[in-house]
Design a protein around this ligand. Structure first.
Ligand code: ZN
Length: 128
């Protein structure tokens, strides 16, 4: 796995008509001197969130595996950027389960009580 470097030279020029013509930014490329693509960003988030690597070690692993050397600031920033990227989905999940019944036997099982000890009725039959 190696990181591919793509350089975009976006040069604005003033031509004979007197106007300045500037190229458009390629789709998906942030307005920054250097940026990393979605695969590398996803790898960073995976290492931080799923593998629980500290920021500096995650960056070191990315460099060892891909050759790209993201700064600790970039790696750390991916925590908030990753959270923002999934915030809408998290809200959708919350909305979709907010009215789901939590059955007493579930709470009993969590507290170590025998299943069904405080069960008012069979929850699977309650909907019938
Ligand atoms: Zn012109």
């Amino acid at each position: 796995m190696t990181a591919t470097t793509t350089q975009y030279d976006l040069v604005a020029v003033r031509c004979g008509c007197g106007r300045e013509h500037a190229p458009t930014q390629p789709a998906g490329v942030p307005r920054a001197p250097v940026s990393y693509g979605p695969n590398l960003r996803a790898l960073v988030v995976y290492l931080l969130v799923f593998q629980h690597l500290p920021v500096e070690r995650a960056g070191q692993l990315v460099e060892a595996v891909t050759g790209a050397a993201p700064s600790p600031g970039f790696v750390h920033g991916m925590i908030a950027r990753g959270a923002a990227a999934v915030a809408g989905t998290v809200e959708d999940i919350k909305e979709s389960i907010k009215d789901v019944n939590v059955y007493p036997w579930c709470r009993g099982a969590q507290a170590g009580r025998s299943a069904g000890s405080d069960q008012p009725g069979d929850p699977l039959r309650a909907r019938e």
